[in-house]
Design a protein. Structure first.
Length: 289
């Protein structure tokens, strides 16, 4: 499939169409997907794991992409950091994007590094006007470099900053509007943060900018008594299904994805969660028409 410039060309149908309920592509399911080609409309890949060229994982992705549409989802952008943007990271991401042609690229509205030290945690931001200016400038730089709008996700959080000047949902509205980026609305993250910080999840949900939502996420958390921890290690809980139902009623037909990243069950079990999301969409959407 390579040419003389060693550029990959994926044999597939132009740019992917992302519809319905997808799941995250995980190493544990590679063989089963390869052999059985299950009926799943699209997959989200953890793009940070495929940035190194020449790996078996990347070769698998080239083949995988011939059968399924994909979106990219990362944690390495650290868009909120005060460190300079990591141009080596962005260069690798752009090369992967050009080869694999995802429908879109998403990362998180947070910071994951400072002074060159990577935390591997999605750390929230102070919700201030000056942080908005900082983030908007960086999102614009990334979008200019990649040549497309990016999709930014709301994170779960366990702390708040005394310096914050506004609600998280107002911050998200300002950042997405001023940078003209898209939004990945993680419904589970809204619920987790609402319980940890005692705010009204419905107020947050209904404040989201409908025209900017490209995708929704669903996942399971752990209840530690004093707080909820967003582990992606459990089935989606009933309160989150309820919030998701309200999201479908309010925002309509938005692609939705099941995230399951630790204690990963069988592919069949993850697909059951996707089918549950699909059933809610099928029940609710005709009523919204
Ligand atoms: Fe998420």
């Amino acid at each position: 499939m390579g040419n003389q410039n060693s550029e990959k060309t994926i044999q597939t149908n132009a740019l992917p169409t992302i519809q319905g309920c997808g799941i995250g592509l995980r190493l544990e399911h590679f063989d089963e997907i390869k052999e059985q080609k299950p009926d799943i409309p699209w997959f989200e890949i953890l793009s940070d794991n495929y940035l190194i060229e020449g790996t078996s994982q990347r070769e698998y992705l080239y083949k995988f992409r011939e059968d399924y549409p994909v979106t990219f989802h990362g944690v390495g952008l650290s868009i909120g950091s005060t460190d300079p943007l990591n141009m080596d990271f962005l260069k690798s991401l752009k090369k992967l994007k050009d080869e694999v042609q995802p429908a879109w690229i998403s990362d998180h509205l947070c910071w994951t590094s400072a002074h060159g030290v990577v935390t591997h945690d999605l750390i929230p931001l102070p919700y201030t006007k000056s942080v908005i200016t900082h983030i908007v400038d960086r999102i614009k730089q990334v979008q200019d470099y990649l040549g497309e709008q990016i999709v930014i996700e709301n994170v779960s959080s366990y702390l708040q900053f005394k310096d914050s000047e506004m609600k998280e949902w107002d911050f998200i509205n300002e950042v997405t509007r001023k940078s003209d980026c898209k939004l990945l609305l993680d419904v589970n993250n809204i619920y987790v943060s609402s319980q940890n910080h005692l705010f009204d999840a419905d107020e947050y949900l209904y404040a989201m900018p409908q025209e900017r939502i490209a995708e929704m996420h669903l996942a399971g958390y752990e209840d530690h008594g004093t707080h909820l921890l967003d582990t992606h290690s459990r089935p989606v809980t009933d309160p989150v299904w309820d919030l998701f139902t309200k999201a479908v009623e309010h925002f309509g037909d938005v692609p939705v994805l099941i995230e399951w990243d630790s204690d990963i069950p069988s592919l069949q079990r993850v697909m059951e969660e996707a089918n549950k999301a699909k059933a809610i969409q099928q029940k609710v959407l005709p009523l919204c028409a």
